[in-house]
Design a binder for this molecule. Sequence first.
Ligand code: HEM
Length: 520
Amino acid sequence: MEKEMGVSLLSSDGYNMRISMIACLALTWIFIHRWNQRNKKGLKTWPIVGAAIEQLINYDRMHDWIVEYLSKLGTIVVPMPFTTYTYIANPANVEHVLKTNFANYPKGETYHSYMEALLGEGIFNVDGELWRKQRKTDSFEFASKNLRDFSTRVFREYSLKLSSILSHASFHNQVVDMQELFMRMTLDSICKVGFGVEIGTLAPNLPDNCFAKAFDNANIIVTLCFIDPLWKIKKFLNVGSEALLDMSIKIIDDFTYSVIYIRKTEMEEARKNNNNKEKHDILSRFIELGEDPESNLTDKSLRDVVLNFVRAGRDTTATTLSWAIYMIMTHNHVAEKLYLELKTFEEDRAKEENVTLLQFDLDDLESFIQRTVQYAGLLTYYSLGKLYYLHAGITETLRLYPAVPQDPKGILEDDVLPDGTKVKAGGMVTYGPDAASFNPERWLKDGFFQKASPFKFTAFQAGPRICLGKDSAYLQMKMTLVILCRFFKFDLVPNHPVQYRMMTILSMAHGLKLRASRRS
Ligand code: HEM
């Protein structure tokens, strides 16, 4: 018995000793790992988990966290448990990744698998030949004057709808969530420009729309795949978020395919009746292109084309508009300078068009709205191009709050960036800003807007995959802001928290709740 106890005591001692030794070794390893980093300027990491702890602690302020490092260092390497992210801001590195060695940094298979349910084989979600072919066709369509004129009319009409909702709200001193209104406006306008249909979500009673809801749900769920390691299992079992995604995609597809069918039937009817009145929405243009058998455009490819445009153009523009309004209302001198630019512009345009501006009374809603409509009538693609201060304000907003804050690229082969940073195949690299304070003046010289290299100002990406909708986005943002900032002043609801949500698009986590007041 004594012997047995002795053995078990010995073995438990031995066990404890082994544990103590392992603990000692582990602590020494951690100590050496941390000691070696004591003079390191960049991110401090831990063994095995890398920077995951620091990243988790900074999750809600991820954008600032990265910008703080980038502004000091230009490049940061963030090791994570299964991969390494390299963040770059130095223009030479950005140019190398987005242009010079473009072929080594594709979207990659992981991104494709996350987005496939929603974006299919659309331009955003493919590489290689499939991407090249779409890029060529889309670039041609985007450069078309017909599409630009049609978009200008649509953007003007929906900006006026928004302004009318604000006029009523200001008359009754009601609070509005500006971000929600912008989201509705950009969804309605992209559906009109993309499919040629009115979905009417921008209305005073804020109606629900099943396509809009399903599209929002699908967007959130595919984005969650980036942080949900179980999504493939859920998809296989069709449970949880993946079951909801499946339902949402059915609603989106029913709507999209029915619009494709209706548009095709209309086009056939029109041809039979020799009625060749052209439609300018993107879908109609692609249906026409699909009539050439060599184009290989099926109904599924038409669906992918249009949904990629909805995804590209909706949240990006709406969130930038929200941040721009927030910047304007929190920087009084900017608001006043912009107001002056818009008043002068109004007088110049009225003279050019030989129009007498209507008198209006701030307390008479009808006359106020009539005046906004008259002003909008003076806004054309070319005249908006002369508003340099506005252009600088929007660009500065995008520098500080890039709508696409992270755009990770895969790495096919090991590479060395121009600043000497080594990147390994299988990791990810993403570019970003190293921004500081809001100052539209930094974009102006003698009152004229000065462009920056796209490898320095990266909000629209750069190189062969630079955003195709940049001009269209500026057109819509200017159209909207010209009307809003000419006729309204904005005040944030006291204590409303303005904070970003770190998803694929940099939206405001709690919306933008404000009161608008009318300006003479
Ligand atoms: C403020 C508004 C916008 C911003 C900041 C923006 C930014 C970007 C960025 C960063 C990319 C690269 C992302 C990636 O490759 O995943 C991109 C690509 C693209 N954008 Fe935009 N975008 C905006 C508006 C629009 C609009 C209104 C449209 C069209 C309706 C559009 C169409 C596209 C397309 C088609 C691509 C894919 C280009 C390619 O892969 O070759 N964008 N955009």
